[in-house]
Design a protein around this ligand. Structure first.
Ligand code: BTN
Length: 259
């Protein structure tokens, strides 16, 4: 079971995670975060087990109970532009903290919402924007991060990894989360301030950055390869064609295929 006392004693973030809801079991931390009344910005909802964890494209997020980190953060910015950039700012914070626990593995970000370790997925993010009329009510960053799970079932056996599998060691989830919230708070602040440094820091971490890749736009592969130039400051993806023309794509439309 997650040791909430240890976590709260070691949390050094100034506002992120200070409002904290913990559950042994919950349908989905994102669903709970959506329903909370008047949450303060920085609220953390964490569950040891989710009965209906949600992933991208209405997929399920399945993990074993009390092995991993499954949580949601609530942010209340006044605008909900640059949401992909926020997702990647969170993914980048995860990557940074993973590196402090595992200096030997190869970590990268997969556009637009995954963290990879040694070619397998170690974390996924589901960011949801909730509106109240035409105003942004909250942004929920849902994070599923594989920490101590040693066995993955079915096709996940080939595609998923945890920090414990990568290092061969059990990791303190409480310490990891305490460290992560400090880094997430820093990246959120930089996202809010539209920091150019944040974008510069994230781009080289994204798989395919600076390479000639195939782009899949709305499910269809583009015939010509393009050089992936990373995100611009709006979080849109930029790519160069052989005629040296730069195109910009909104994130929802695009996937990057590495050959
Ligand atoms: C994905 O890779 O498809 C995104 C997975 C996001 C899973 C997390 S676990 C905590 C939060 N609650 C959910 O129901 N989903 C997110």
């Amino acid at each position: 079971m997650f040791d909430t006392d240890y976590f709260e004693q070691h949390l050094a973030a100034s506002w992120l995670g200070r409002s904290f809801f913990f559950f042994d079991e919950l349908e989905s931390t994102n669903t709970y975060a959506k329903k909370l009344n008047d949450p303060v910005s920085g609220t953390l909802v964490l569950a040891d087990d989710q009965t209906a964890g949600r992933g991208q494209h209405s997929r399920k997020w399945l993990t074993t109970a009390a092995d991993n980190l499954t949580f949601s953060l609530i942010f209340t910015p006044s605008l909900a532009d640059r949401v992909t950039l926020l997702t990647l700012a969170c993914a980048s914070a995860i990557e940074d903290v993973l590196r402090t626990f595992d200096k030997a593995s190869d970590f990268s970000l997969k556009w637009p919402n995954d963290v990879y370790c040694n070619g397998k997925k170690i974390a996924g993010l589901l960011t949801e924007v909730i509106f109240n009329g035409n105003k942004v009510d909250r942004i929920i960053a849902g994070i599923g991060l594989n920490i101590n799970q040693r066995k993955f079932e079915g096709e996940l056996e080939e595609t998923a990894i945890s920090l414990a599998l990568a290092t061969g060691k059990q990791v303190s989830r409480e310490q990891f989360l305490a460290d992560l919230l400090v880094r997430l708070e820093y990246n959120y602040q930089r996202w809010l301030n539209a920091s150019a440094d944040l974008v510069k820091e994230i781009n080289p971490k994204i798989q395919g950055y600076g390479k000639w890749v195939t782009l899949e736009v709305e499910g269809k592969k583009m015939p010509e390869k393009r050089k992936f130039l990373g995100m611009n400051e709006q979080g849109a993806l930029q790519a160069l064609n052989k005629e040296l023309e730069v195109s910009t794509f909104a994130y929802e439309q695009v996937r990057i295929k590495l050959d």
